[in-house]
Write a protein that binds this ligand. Structure first.
Ligand SMILES: Cc1cc2nc3c(=O)[nH]c(=O)nc-3n(C[C@H](O)[C@H](O)[C@H](O)COP(=O)(O)O)c2cc1C
Length: 319
């Protein structure tokens, strides 16, 4: 299994980020060295019902391979019902979201609520495995809260059912995205499954090339997922690769940062049209220019700009 999985996913992945990891962001990240990427989370129920917007999240950019498609569901039932639609998009890997802390998702029993129901993750994985031969992956947290840490038991259920890839976001649901990710859990998880046929990824506070190398080389992980660390900074993939190969890495110039932001914006315009792209790209463009001299003025300009030309003018004023 993991031999197959290794041919599909590599150590440096773009994490799933709802509202961010659309095909434009994935194309930029892959061109800068990401080994693969995960879609935004997609509702299994929405997919089963044939929601057009839901299906749109699964579209690829031309030529995109190594695409992990992530679904969320409270149980195996909607997963079984969505398989036909999901498989029509030809996923390289199917990933199950067991980490989302958002109340709207959790109250349905999906996302991190599955951490309280480890048996169900087994049922979900088996449902997918019975429908398709591609690797199944599970992304989960340490537990629901600090008094119910159960990531080892949870991962065991998933792996026993046939998951070949697991990703731990080393925070509890109660922590949301704050607090510090508990790296010691990566070592414990890697140790627990040592010798087993499963690829283990770490997620949580992975912001630098040093973080990536250390987690892979010292903590025994197969790979890492860059999440907030890749927003406005897709160069992190190139840097992590350079650092793992040579022990040093290059820092992008202001010009490269601005030009990459412009390319990302132009991809979004070509995929979604000018109106949607200009609205949706604001937060990402602001992240690209963070810390550059004149960024505060430019951020105000990005906030006001409504057309591609206005956005371009603001960005180009920085170089
Ligand atoms: C805005 C945002 C959206 C996210 N969307 C998803 C998602 O759709 N599916 C998922 O499994 N995790 C999602 N995550 C969690 C990330 O993939 C990652 O596990 C988490 O941010 C921890 O990594 P970091 O501390 O390096 O950001 C999201 C996180 C953020 C901040």
């Amino acid at each position: 299994m993991s031999e197959d999985a290794r041919n599909i996913v590599g150590p440096l992945m773009l994490a799933p980020l709802a509202g961010y990891t659309d095909k434009a962001f994935r194309m930029v990240a892959r061109s800068l060295g990401a080994d693969g990427a995960v879609t935004e989370m997609v509702s299994a129920e929405g997919l089963a019902r044939g929601g057009e917007k839901t299906e749109g999240l699964l579209e690829r950019y031309p030529g995109e391979d190594r695409l992990v498609m992530q679904i969320f569901a409270p149980s195996a039932d909607p997963v079984g019902r969505c398989m036909e639609r999901l498989l029509s998009h030809d996923p390289s890997v199917i990933d199950i979201n067991c980490g989302c802390p958002v109340p709207k998702v959790v109250k349905t029993g999906a996302g991190s609520a599955l951490m309280r129901n480890p048996k169900e993750i087994g049922n979900i994985v088996r449902t997918i495995k019975s429908a398709v031969a591609i690797p199944v992956s599970v992304k989960f947290r340490l537990g629901w809260d600090s008094s119910s840490i159960n990531y080892i038991e949870f991962a065991e259920e998933a792996v026993k059912a046939g998951a070949g890839i697991i990703t731990l976001h080393a925070r509890t649901r109660a922590q949301g995205y704050s607090g510090v990710a508990d790296r010691s859990a990566f070592r414990i998880l890697a140790e627990h499954f040592r010798g087993d046929d499963v690829l283990i990824y770490g997620s949580g506070d992975i912001f630098t090339p040093e973080d990536a190398r250390s987690l892979i080389e010292d903590y025994g992980l197969y790979g890492v997922m860059f999440a907030r660390g890749a927003i406005g900074n897709p160069f992190i993939f190139r840097q992590a690769r350079e650092y793992m190969e040579k022990g040093t890495f290059t820092v992008p110039s202001v010009q490269e940062r601005v030009e990459t932001a412009l390319w990302h914006l132009s991809l979004a315009v070509s995929f979604y049209g000018e109106n949607i792209a200009c609205r949706e790209m604001r937060k990402q463009l602001m992240a690209y220019i963070k810390g550059i001299q004149g960024a505060n003025r430019a951020k105000a300009g990005i906030g006001r700009a409504a057309t591609l030309n206005e956005m371009k003018e603001v960005l180009l004023s920085l170089i």
